[in-house]
Design a protein. Structure first.
Length: 50
């Protein structure tokens, strides 16, 4: 699983959203994208985004 943070423009505002990418490895060793999930960050987030 990996995450990327993206500033996304909405209805008159910009919010920072998380996009999680979930990968699987097939029997032959190739990677396959299983899911991409989008969530909005909450105002109380305290982590370092840099």
């Amino acid at each position: 699983m990996d995450v990327i943070f993206v500033n996304t423009r909405g209805d008159k505002s910009v919010s920072k959203e998380e996009y999680y990418t979930i990968l699987g490895i097939k029997a032959d060793g190739l990677k396959e994208i299983l899911s991409i999930v989008n969530t909005q960050l909450k105002e109380h987030y305290c982590g370092n985004m840099n």
